[in-house]
Design a protein. Structure first.
Length: 289
């Protein structure tokens, strides 16, 4: 209980909406009550066993804070502690918010650290360092989605607004109106443990208002988009030809087989070249932004 209180004091001192991650040697498995009942919260799909008194204390702590043991989210997670009697157990846990644990992709003990053991032995002893891998991104769809790449920004209008105040009042007025219109939604999102969706909503309002005031048509981007659409149509045609030629190879006589293979190879080269041109067009568009 003293350890839990000390950790909670540290959590309370963290900035608002920080992603809290707790590395803990709990000396207990997590996931089952002493009577074998399965936990509804605090663990992933792969519990590590019956919890002792210490584990039950942490069960309450995890439920109250919507956190879970990342160690229990992967079926391939190996034991984290090896006793000198030859037994092993999973008593070390990385406690993370539930929305972070969803992206867990690997839990891998670093067995190479056996060389660093204080007890010289060929067997694993004591705690084994473990690497946790998960996908934790802050999408901010309003800023990273395809819609953000649509307009070209009129830099002269932005500069005049910043330096001389031209259009500043109208921009700020529309921005405040947009935020007021989203106030109910913003208040709901502010209650979520993660700030991602809350920030997305704010950024979307800023983007929409900025596009109305400072965006201008971009002929080069429209031209490149048209070229990419034409390349895509041509690519689909080449793919159909390639599929037809591959099917026809089986029925070709030996005298025509070499020519047929050469045609297939030529189509493959054309597809690779088209893919490179498409990628260069996309890269040029991103650089111009």
């Amino acid at each position: 209980q003293l350890v839990a209180k000390a950790i909670q004091a540290l959590v309370d001192d963290t900035p608002a909406r920080s992603t809290v991650i707790v590395g803990a040697d709990l000396n207990s498995a997590l996931g089952l009550d002493p009577d074998g009942s399965r936990w509804e919260h605090g663990v992933g799909d792969h519990h590590t066993g019956r919890a002792n008194q210490s584990g039950m204390l942490w069960k309450t702590w995890l439920e109250q804070r919507q956190m879970t043991s990342a160690t229990t989210c992967i079926s391939s997670a190996a034991p984290t502690y090896y006793h000198d009697t030859g037994t092993s157990s999973t008593i070390d846990h990385l406690l993370v918010p539930e929305q972070v644990a969803v992206g867990m992709s690997a839990v891998r003990p670093v067995f190479a650290t056996r060389r660093l053991q204080l007890i010289p032995d060929n067997k694993f002893r004591d705690h084994v360092p473990t690497i946790y891998t998960w996908n934790y991104s802050m999408p901010h769809t309003a800023l990273r989605g395809d819609s953000f790449r649509g307009p070209c920004w009129n830099r002269e209008s932005i500069a005049r607004c910043l330096q001389k105040g031209e259009g500043r009042h109208a921009f700020v007025h529309d921005l405040c109106s947009g935020l007021e219109a989203k106030q109910t939604r913003l208040s709901e999102l502010a209650q979520e443990p993660s700030c991602d969706h809350h920030w997305d909503c704010i950024a979307e309002v800023f983007y929409d208002v900025a596009r109305e005031h400072f965006a201008s048509p971009c002929p080069r981007m429209l031209e490149d988009k048209k070229k990419r659409e034409e390349m895509q149509a041509e690519r689909l045609g080449l793919l159909k030809q390639l599929a037809q030629h591959r099917e026809g190879l089986a029925a070709m006589p030996d005298s025509e087989l070499e020519a047929g293979k050469a045609r297939v190879q030529q189509l493959q080269w054309s597809l690779r070249g088209m893919r490179k041109r498409h990628d260069r067009s996309v890269l040029r568009q991103l650089e111009e932004q």
